[in-house]
Design a protein around this ligand. Structure first.
Ligand code: DAH
Length: 344
């Protein structure tokens, strides 16, 4: 038996335990651990000499070495917990943490005004029997233009105000594309609205943004007339803005409707007399609409001699601005919570 190694281990254990005992900081005890148990530590150095031992001696010394390691680790973990607790207590004292101070209160968010208005628009149309449908924002030109009777060379296709991805793909400039997708999938009777984002290369100002929201409407059935369109929009706007609102249908041109109209609402601020908000007009332009063009119905395999339809497309921003008497559209996008929290 190699008395020497065994004695060395016992001596190491004594010194290690007293080092732990003496350690008065986390750093001191960590240093001790490295010095005794580390890769270049004393215990490793002793174990390196085990090669010299006989086969009988080796397990005995190995076991003794393990014992030393376990004893050390037990003492170490007790002491380090105590040191850390003491450290925390002294920091609590010296740093003067006041745990009775109130916490930081998180502010509640609120629904965005565009969302509030869109939810209301959806609710009104749902109550009139309309179904919600959605289409992609990255869209094919055939759905945004061609099948809506808007052929090559039409100013609406101008690259100046349209984000093209390639010749046949673009960020949709209008939700009217969903009309085509709907009529290709479903046959009349159809009554849908389709809200969503649209994109145009517009500079940001008080009334323009390159991204904005529209809500499209499409109804196709037997015997629908312009009277149905007028009645529908009138019922809708009276629900939204109250019974005093007046609608004015102005003849217009859209390639996918015939006849087409733009609809103005009496100014909510002056009631039609003319003021700064409506630029003295008494009216505010709200949306485009018309009777679905027979060519569009035919493109979707719907017989225009049997079915007629009407369609409309409105800007959600515009409805929101008017609803809350906001005179700058940029306020809707700046995410200033002082502005946003006024609406719920
Ligand atoms: N797509 C038109 C626009 O973006 C709005 C519109 C006009 C939609 C007439 C329609 C419609 O469905 O029939 O300005």
């Amino acid at each position: 038996m190699d008395i020497n190694l065994k004695e060395q281990l016992a001596e190491l254990e004594r010194r290690a335990l007293s080092a732990i005992e003496a350690a008065d900081s986390v750093k001191a005890i960590e240093d001790a651990r490295v010095a005794f148990l580390g890769k270049k530590g004393e215990l490793t150095a002793i174990l390196k000499q085990m090669g010299k031992l006989s086969a009988e001696e080796r397990p005995i010394i190995g076991q003794a070495a393990n014992q030393v390691r376990e004893t050390f680790e037990g003492a170490y973990s007790k002491k380090i917990t105590a040191l850390k607790n003491a450290d925390m207590l002294s920091r609590l004292k010296t740093e003067g943490l006041d745990i009775t101070l109130p916490g930081v209160r998180r502010k509640m968010g609120s629904r965005h005004p565009l969302r509030i208005v869109l939810d209301e628009v959806k609710e009104i149309f749902a109550s009139m029997g309309y179904t919600m449908v959605y289409g992609p924002e990255v869209e094919e030109t055939k759905y945004v233009f061609d099948m809506l009777n808007t052929f090559e060379g039409h100013p609406a296709r101008d690259e100046q105000d349209t984000f093209y991805i390639d010749d046949k793909t673009l960020l949709r400039t209008q939700t009217s594309s969903v009309q085509i997708r709907t009529m290709l999938k479903n046959k009349p009777p159809i009554a849908v609205i389709s809200p969503g984002r649209v994109y145009r290369c517009d500079e940001v100002d008080a009334t323009h943004s390159p991204i904005f929201h529209q809500c499209e409407g499409l109804v196709v059935d037997k015997g629908l007339t312009f009277g149905d369109l007028k009645g529908t929009l009138e019922a809708f706007f009276k629900r939204l803005y109250g019974n005093d609102i007046k609608l004015r249908f102005r003849p217009h041109h859209f390639s996918y409707t015939e006849p087409s109209a733009e609809v103005d609402l009496s100014c909510f601020k002056c009631g039609g007399k003319g003021c700064g908000f409506c630029k003295g007009e008494g009216w505010i332009e709200m949306l485009g609409c018309g009777m679905v063009h027979p060519a569009v119905l035919r493109n979707c395999d719907i017989d225009p001699d049997v079915f007629t339809g009407f369609a409309f497309g409105m800007g959600i921003e515009r409805i929101t601005l008017m609803r809350y008497e906001i005179d700058d559209m940029r306020l809707l996008y700046e995410n200033d919570t002082r502005f946003l929290r006024q609406f719920n």
